[in-house]
Every structure is written in structure tokens, then in C-alpha cells.
Design a protein around this ligand. Structure first.
Ligand SMILES: O=c1[nH]cnc2c1ncn2[C@@H]1O[C@H](CO)[C@@H](O)[C@H]1O
Length: 323
């Protein structure tokens, strides 16, 4: 899976920017190991229209308007329109209530799903999707093109709460809760999936003192992020007892960039799609052969991250965003 030296791994970032999405996107743009070939957008931290606007804006901030943005689904895979949007985490604009001017650019004239399918076909086995929001676009690509799961290199997703409490409620993590049916399609698709859940990302905390260190850099990205991080810090101070913020999306991004930063186990993952535990992710480690056929039987294995080298992740985040 590691690409040959000098040949960066192609990635598409499926994103709902989002403060930690902004960090992850900048991180990818500063990482020589990967080449960002497109952004696709999705609801989650904000509605899809705003996600597209923010994706275009972030690429303009980074002077990377050469990277295409394809707009994704406005509804869940079951055509649900009652979306859960986490503006209380990221601000009403998704980027820390900074009232940035609207972007000059426009999304390409192609849906996120069409773009994902096109790129997977163009570079079979070579494209990694880093999915940072609900999995609707990815599930639609799987449904649209039966060869997508074979053509896509890997799907690294930020999602799930494996054997820990969720962050929407005790059962569910936000990205899976956003579209549990889509998540179940992705987990059972047979694609090469690596799930980085909040059991892992809650180990990676950017502290108040790290934020001060970030402030000491006059790098473009560090200065931009400082502004938008205020709202994210305030939310974490209120909601959690942690003295800092969780680096969800940056950790998933770095797991895609450098898999040696995490360890994982393999097994079948199913997602609860209704009831009080809607959005729950449950891994079957295939240790026991059950007497009965279960909903996990004969399902393909996926990788589920279990440990992370948090100091190394934090160091990389700081270094690359401060340069
Ligand atoms: O408490 C929360 N509720 C909803 N979404 C959250 C919360 N905390 C973080 N995120 C957002 O959801 C993803 C990780 O689950 C991340 O994108 C994070 O920014």
C-alpha cells in the first residue's frame, strides 16, 4: 500500500468543513506523501451547500484552486432530509463564525459520486478516499458502480465508536449517526476500509498550550487555524473535561498518510440503523464461530484502528501546520 518513493498517494477528501476538517485538508496539502486530487463535499458539520462553499474557500486560502471540488449529496442514502448538523461544534458558518467572504470559485459540473467513480476507474487501485463526514457519497458510489469497491484503493474513514461511548449519544459517533444506512453499506461492501473511530481520536488532544505554540508561528495555515479554533476550543471546554480539543479529522488523515502511526484489528463491522442505538458500530472479531448465522456472518473484514501514536500525530500536525 505504501507508494513508491517519489510517487505520492492520490487522495480524495470527502469532507464537511468543519474546523477539524480544515486542519486535515491543510495537513494533506502540506504532506509530500500524498497528492490531493479532489475534494467532495457532504453534510455533517454543516449542510452540503455550505460544505462546498467552505471547501472552495479553504482551497483559496491555501492557493490550491487547481484542486477540483465536487458537491455531494444533500440527503441521506434513504433520501432522509432531517439531517443532524453540528453547527454547535463548529459555528454557524462551520469555520468558527469568522464571516469569511464567499469563495470566487465554483464546484465542478459533476456530482461527488460521479467524481469518485470516475477517479477510481481512471486510477484503479491507486486512489485513497479519506472520508471525514457521513458516508452517503461513498455508499452512493458503491451502489452506482459495482466495480468501485475493486477500483478504489482504500477508504480511510473517520467514524465509529468502537467499544466506547459515542459523541452524539452514548451509542453513536457523529459521522456514522449522520447516515447509518450508508455506513453499513460501506462496511459490508468488501472494499479495503480502515475505520478510525473516536476510541482512537479521543487519544489525540491539541491542548491549550499547543494552541499557544501554534500562535507563535507566523505560518499562513497556523494563523488561519488559530482564528477558527476558538469556537472549537470553547465547545470542548464546555462539553468535555479535556483541556484541549480532539483532533478527529487530522488523525484520520495522518492514518491515511502514514499507516504506521496506528495499529488496527480486523473483523466484520455492522451498523445499527434504527432504535435507541441507531448509529452504533459493532465489530465482530471473528474469534468465535457462532452456532447460528448472524448479521455479521459471511461479511467481509475491515480494519478498525485500536491504538495511535498520539505524540507522533501531534508532532506532525504541529510541524506541518506551522511551517
Ligand atoms: O459532540 C459532538 N457532536 C457532534 N459532532 C461532533 C462532536 N464533537 C466532534 N464532532 C465532529 O464530529 C466528528 C467526530 O465525530 C468530527 O468531524 C467532529 O468535528
Amino acid at each position: 500500500m505504501a507508494s513508491a518513493a517519489g510517487e505520492p498517494k492520490k487522495i480524495i477528501i470527502d469532507t464537511d468543513p468543519g474546523i477539524d476538517d480544515a486542519m486535515a485538508i491543510f495537513l494533506a496539502l502540506r504532506s509530500p506523501e500524498v497528492e490531493v486530487i479532489g475534494l467532495t463535499t457532504i453534510y455533517g458539520n454543516v449542510y452540503t451547500t455550505l460544505a462546498t462553499r467552505n471547501a472552495l474557500h479553504l482551497l483559496e486560502v491555501a492557493d490550491r484552486t487547481d484542486i477540483p471540488v465536487a458537491e455531494g449529496s444533500h440527503v441521506t442514502i434513504t433520501k432522509g432530509t432531517k439531517l443532524r448538523v453540528a453547527d454547535f461544534v463548529h459555528g454557524a458558518d462551520g469555520l468558527g463564525n469568522q464571516n469569511f467572504p464567499p469563495p470566487e470559485g465554483k464546484p465542478i459540473d459533476m456530482s461527488a459520486t460521479d467524481f469518485l467513480v470516475e477517479q477510481a476507474n481512471l486510477y484503479p487501485g491507486k486512489v485513497t478516499v479519506v472520508a471525514l463526514g457521513p458516508l452517503t457519497n461513498i455508499a452512493l458510489a458503491i451502489q452506482q458502480d459495482p466495480s468501485f469497491v475493486k477500483n478504489i484503493g482504500q477508504i480511510v474513514l473517520l467514524g465509529g465508536a468502537f467499544a466506547v461511548n459515542g459523541n452524539v449519544n452514548p451509542a453513536a459517533e457523529a459521522n456514522i449517526f449522520g447516515d447509518p444506512d450508508a455506513a453499513d453499506i460501506v462496511f459490508t461492501s468488501g472494499a479495503d476500509v480502515l475505520a478510525v473511530g473516536i476510541n482512537v481520536t479521543h487519544q489525540v488532544v491539541l491542548t491549550d498550550s499547543d494552541r499557544e505554540t501554534l500562535a507563535s508561528s507566523n505560518g499562513k495555515f497556523a494563523q488561519y487555524l488559530l482564528k477558527i479554533l476558538e469556537v472549537y476550543f470553547n465547545y470542548h471546554h464546555d462539553a468535555y473535561s479535556t483541556k484541549g480539543v480532539y483532533l478527529h479529522d487530522p488523525t484520520a488523515m495522518l492514518a491515511a498518510i502514514n499507516p504506521s502511526l496506528i495499529t488496527y484489528v480486523e473483523g466484520a463491522v455492522r451498523v445499527q440503523t434504527n432504535g435507541i442505538t441507531r448509529g452504533l458500530t459493532l465489530l465482530y472479531n471473528k474469534q468465535k464461530r457462532f452456532a447460528e448465522i448472524t448479521e455479521w456472518s459471511n461479511q467481509p473484514s475491515v480494519k478498525v484502528a485500536v491504538t495511535v501514536d498520539a505524540p507522533a500525530v501531534l508532532k506532525l500536525v504541529m510541524k506541518r501546520l506551522m511551517e
